[in-house]
Design a protein around this ligand. Sequence first.
Ligand SMILES: [Zn+2]
Length: 282
Amino acid sequence: MKLSQPLADIYVPDGSAPADALARVTHLCVGAHQDDIEIMAYSGIADCLDQSGMAFGGVVVTNGAGSPRTGSYAEMTDNQMQMVRRDEQRSAAKLGGYAIQLQLAHPSASVKTPGHAGVAADLGGILRGCRPEVIYLHNPADKHDTHVAVFLRCLEALRMLPPACRPRRVFGCEVWRDLDWLIDSDKVALDAGRHPELAANLLRVFESQVSGGKRYDLASIGRRKAHATFHTSHATDHFQGLTWAIDLTPLVEDSTLPVGEFTRALVDRFRRDVEDRLARYF
Ligand SMILES: [Zn+2]
C-alpha cells in the first residue's frame, strides 16, 4: 500500500499485511484529526467488537501539526507533536481492536483544496482496497473548516468509485457542533453507550489533547448521555449513549446531488419545525 505523504503511517495492530487488514474492513471511519474517529464513530468501533466477521478501519487525513499544546507538550515543535499524536492514534487503534489505522499526514491546506491530487489518490486507494458496509464521515454542517473540507474530499473520492463499489450506508457524524438540532426524522441514532469503560479509555489515550484542560473525553461521553436522555420526552432512556448522524447515503448514490442543496434542506426542515410549533400555540 502506497500513500503520498512521507510521514504517512500504516498501523495494523495484529501484524497482518496492510492490504489484507484493509480488505477485511466492514466499518470505516475517515476523520480529519487524531481523536475524531473515537469521538464520532465509537458506535462502529463497538459494533465491530461485538459482532464476529466485522472489522473497523480508521483513517486520519491530516497530520495534526497545528494542534494546540500545553503543559509538558508546550515546548514541542510541530514535528514532535505530529509524532506524539500519531502514537496516540495507534494506541487507540490497538485498544479499540481496529483491523487497520491509516494516518495520511496531509497538511490542512491540502485537504482544503478541492480535488487535491495527493489526498484524492490516498482516499481513492483506500476506498478501492476495502468494501465497507458503513462509512462514518464528518457531517456537512460541522463548524470546523478542516472537518468540512475532509468530508468534501471523501465525498469526491466516493463519487469516483463505480456505483457497485460504493458503500451501502454513509453517515455524517458530530464532532464540532452536535446534530441534536436536526428534526427527528432526519436523525440517525448510533448506539454509543456500550462498553463505557472502553469508550472513556479510547478518548483518554489522546493525552496530549485532554491533559491541557480540553476534556474531550468527558465532553464526548456527556454529549452521548445527554442525547440518549433528550432523545424522546416520554420514553425512558433506551440507549446509554447516542451519537447523532446524518444519513449521507443519497449524496453518494447520486453524484449529481449538490451537497449545499442537500444540507440546506436539513436546515429548512429544522426551521419549519420551530416555526410550526410556535405558530400552533401563538
Ligand atoms: Zn478534528
